[in-house]
Write a protein that binds this ligand. Structure first.
Ligand code: SF4
Length: 514
């Protein structure tokens, strides 16, 4: 074979153990990396996310070059930047006359379809490696799922624990149970003090990227500075060390809690590094397990953390690829309302929503309960079009890539897949948020009121949602009790609730402040 092979590395494939890189020959092959406008703009990406990916890519390319690789790197601020990944590959083919193309499977159907067409369109053999950085291959998940009446993460997770010998003792789960979630739902104590994630000062490369993002994406969502993300595997590893030592021990108990003005609590805030390839999932799980075995972190914290990575993250990916490319358009509840403008501005009187959206604007981060039970819950209750909700989440979070975001949003949060991911809709009234946070204390609305202009909007909207979908959910044992509660309410209470829900939705549709 003559000529080099072109080894494509995408912005979320920044790992030295990437299969296409492992299979490459630095003496012969050329690595292709490209910052392209199509990838930067197909979702409304947060400016911090854009800066993180571009800077991490530039650092990765620099490290490869230092190790002797030839890297063909296309910058977004080049005089004639490539508009798309395919265009970048076409230009690289002209420059290098390669013998073939080598890729690792991408993180979404859109690019998968593009790559599958390259052998024909670019007239070169194109090999696509399976992404072995994940702990469950796509076909292994499909095999596990085949023939099951319903797919539940818990059973998948147990098999993954066994397969990877994580938190196991003589074939049984350590501590005698697979899941300690029941211990992880405490409200945060008023005097609790939380560590901050490790913050890294931008270097010259990152500063150059920040200036580029400011110049080229002036209208994009989010606050760019201060920018503190790690952009190299080395610094991401330091951030992981910091989490393991300072936050993991307290991660479990208040994992679901929300605190006004506390953006990170004990959460790892490592997802953006993990999903871009700067950290390895099995390594994080093993390190958390080592902390437990050394007596440095309790089991409920470590098991909860391992479950997120080994269980939930892999399960989401398996669902995404198994369900196919139409998954992001599913809408079994027929929700059609437009995403309210305040999701972009934080301009709302609902204290819980304001806190979640404001910190999303500032940090490109919110934790799982803020995403699921605050912003996701409101969109579900209000009947917002799930594809618009999906696009919002895909854009605004630094850790969001479609393979993980879509099943979380379309499935878990919006129930738009009809129950493939979740066995019930995650719909809640204000009482849940009041139980798990201190937001309601300072809210303009009264969480105890069920109707009227001062009632927490989540309360009437909750019942409105449940009643809209009574036919679908009345026979679901996990939510059926809600209908008996509704049926036992006094007629005038029910009427007032319906009236309030209508008023909230009318204000929403009129673009009035909620
Ligand atoms: Fe959110 Fe309702 Fe509580 Fe206000 S009262 S913070 S809207 S749950």
């Amino acid at each position: 074979m003559s000529g080099p092979r072109l080894i494509l590395i995408l912005g979320d494939q920044l790992s030295r153990d990437l299969p296409s890189l492992v299979a490459a020959d630095p003496a012969r092959d050329v690595v292709v990396m490209a910052e392209v406008f199509e990838e930067a703009s197909y979702a409304p990406h947060h400016v911090k996310k854009l800066a993180f990916v571009f800077s991490a890519m530039r650092h990765f390319a620099q490290d490869l070059r230092a190790d002797g690789w030839r890297v063909d790197y296309a910058r977004l601020d080049d005089p004639d930047p490539a508009p798309s990944i395919e265009d970048a590959m076409t230009r690289a083919i002209v420059r290098h006359s390669p013998a073939g193309l080598v890729c690792t499977e991408p993180g979404e159907w859109r690019l998968q379809r593009v790559m599958e067409g390259w052998t024909t369109r670019l007239d070169l053999p194109c090999r696509i490696f399976a992404d072995t950085r994940f702990l469950c291959a796509r076909d292994a998940f499909a095999e596990w799922a085949e023939g099951r009446k319903s797919l539940r993460m818990e059973y998948f997770y147990r098999e993954m624990r066994r397969a990877h010998d994580l938190l196991m003792q003589d074939g049984d789960p350590v501590g005698g149970a697979w899941n300690f979630d029941a211990e992880n739902r405490k409200k945060a104590p008023r005097d609790a003090v939380f560590p901050s994630p490790l913050k890294i000062a931008p270097d010259a490369i990152t500063e150059e990227v920040l200036a580029m993002v400011e110049a080229r994406f002036p209208e994009s969502f989010g606050v760019l500075r201060p920018f503190w993300f790690a952009v190299t595997a080395r610094d991401a590893a330091r951030a992981a060390d910091h989490f393991m030592a300072n936050a993991l021990p307290g991660f479990g108990d208040v994992q679901d809690a929300m605190v006004e003005d506390e953006r990170f609590l004990n959460h790892s805030v490592l997802g953006q590094y993990l999903n871009a390839g700067l950290l390895n999932p099995l390594d994080l799980c093993r390190r958390a397990e080592a902390a437990y075995r050394a007596g440095d972190a309790p089991l409920n914290a470590v098991e909860g953390y391992v479950r997120q990575i080994l269980g939930w993250r892999e399960f989401m990916r398996g669902i995404y690829w198994r369900e196919g490319e139409d998954y992001i358009h599913r809408n079994v509840l027929g929700a059609t309302r437009a995403l309210p403008e305040f999701y972009w501005t934080g301009d709302t009187d609902m204290a819980c929503m304001k806190a979640a959206i404001d910190q999303t604007r500032t940090e490109a981060y919110a934790h799982h309960i803020q995403r699921l039970m605050v912003t996701g819950n409101f969109a579900l209750l209000a009947g917002v079009n799930p594809h618009q909700v999906h696009e919002w989440y895909l854009g605004v979070y630094a850790d969001a890539y479609e393979w993980v975001e879509a099943p979380n949003v379309i499935g878990m949060s919006q129930f738009a897949d009809g129950g493939i991911v979740g066995s019930k809709p995650y719909a809640a009234s204000g009482a849940y948020i009041d139980r798990m946070s201190d937001h309601c204390r300072g809210c303009r609305y009264d969480v105890k009121k069920k109707s009227g202009p001062d009632a927490c909007p989540m309360n009437p909207l909750y019942w409105d949602f449940m009643l809209r979908h009574r036919d679908r959910f009345a026979s679901n044992p996990r939510v059926a009790r809600a209908y008996s509660t509704w049926d036992r309410m006094a007629e005038d209470t029910r009427a007032a609730s319906r009236l309030s829900a209508g008023a909230v939705l009318a204000r929403l549709d009129a673009g009035e402040r909620i």
